[in-house]
Design a protein around this ligand. Structure first.
Ligand SMILES: Cc1cc2nc3c(=O)[nH]c(=O)nc-3n(C[C@H](O)[C@H](O)[C@H](O)COP(=O)(O)O)c2cc1C
Length: 183
């Protein structure tokens, strides 16, 4: 079994999404000690913006396809995902590898893989709240992975910019949820 661990937060040691994604990986690895863990830090080693030339290199999508489980740390920046994570997704959505167009419409080809996403957001974006229209992180990732045949599982720490106490309890609650995810 191979676990691909992706991080995209720019905040280093302070990062909530990194702490939560690591907790998920640690739980999964604890339950399957023989698993191989591949860590791709998109901030330490960023992928360039997509260009046509970049399609010649399929190493990123092959690494994704080879993984049984993918754990992604995804912070919200400016209501959506970090550009570093977008550059990675730009290499994952590849016609003929992770999806194809059929007469009946697009078909996802990457099903059968588990994708767990650790979200970290400064505010709250609950359905029906005034801010919900600005939620382009969880909704986007749900749509993109759905397009390639995967229903991602989310663990979220929210309200992280609403005070130290709120941040601490939100991260603690998300870390607790990682136990359930790995069970
Ligand atoms: C550059 C930047 C932009 C941000 N934009 C938003 C935003 O649009 N909405 C929000 O709820 N939080 C926003 N935040 C707060 C982050 O989502 C929050 O700090 C979270 O902890 C980031 O994840 P991380 O700790 O893994 O870096 C922003 C933070 C940064 C650094």
């Amino acid at each position: 079994m191979t676990i691909l661990h992706i991080d995209s937060s720019i905040t280093g040691e302070q990062s909530a999404s990194r702490a939560i994604s690591k907790a998920v990986v640690d739980q999964l690895h604890g339950a399957a000690p023989d698993a191989q863990v591949v860590h791709r830090d998109l901030v330490a080693e960023p992928l360039p913006h997509l260009t046509l030339d970049a399609f010649a290199d399929s190493s990123v999508v092959e690494e994704f396809l080879a993984a049984d489980t993918v754990v992604i740390g995804a912070p919200m920046y400016n209501f959506t995902l970090p550009t570093q994570l977008k550059a990675w997704l730009d290499r994952i959505l590849v016609a003929g590898k992770t999806f194809r167009y059929t007469e009946a419409g697009p078909e996802g080809l990457a099903g059968g893989k588990r994708v767990i996403i650790a979200l970290a957001r400064g505010g709250y974006y609950n359905a029906g709240s005034p801010a919900s229209a600005l939620e382009h992180l969880e909704t986007y990732l749900t749509g993109v992975f759905g397009f390639i045949g995967i229903r991602p599982e989310f663990v979220a720490a929210d309200g992280l910019n609403l005070g130290a106490e709120q941040r601490e309890s939100s991260v603690k609650q998300a870390l607790g949820e990682t136990v359930r995810l790995a069970a």
